[in-house]
Design a protein around this ligand. Sequence first.
Ligand code: IMP
Length: 195
Amino acid sequence: MENHMADKDPQEITIPSGSRYSGQMLELFLPSDQIQTKVKEIAALLSERYQNQCPILIGVLNGSFMFMADLVRYLTIDFEVDFIKIASYGHETSSSGTVRLLKDISADITGRDVVIVEDIVDTGLTVKFLRSRMAEATPTSVTFVTLLLKAEVANLDFPIDYVGFNIPNRFVVGYGLDVDQKFRGLRSLYAFKEI
Ligand code: IMP
């Protein structure tokens, strides 16, 4: 597979052979500068909200690692970081309808301000699961941040506190998000080209 990092933000990418999606086209969906501007905005809001506090940011693996890495570099407050790993998809581009905990948090979140850092909310199953998992450990507060929200699809009975972008129901890759575990290193977000 080619190294797409070398070819910075091309308009289109053809998925190479060796993938079940080979030959399909990805088109630029959200360029990296727009993503960075939004991540800075969210970091500023969190820094204001948690001024003189030390929240624990919990990234949802794998997809959120890049968003988390950028977000924390823009924060101006004290914070801690932990990760949780959830599987909701298998290898498909649509939700399997089930959620499994693959790796739990290591930190004790009792009495802590928790900030869940998600890359994307699709059906909402994952965040619902996380919300009940967090409640078991009696944190002081739980705040949800997501870079992307598929608002037409998400079936939520609580609001997501900070949403970077509301996006249509398209499968997106890059900036930490994968298709078949690939393309996570792209700086921009891409969507499958509709034909
Ligand atoms: P949900 O549980 O249906 O809300 O799905 C959340 C998880 O599904 C995300 O954390 C992603 O791992 C994955 N996912 C949902 N939509 C996309 C997409 O468009 N691209 C890549 N991964 C996605």
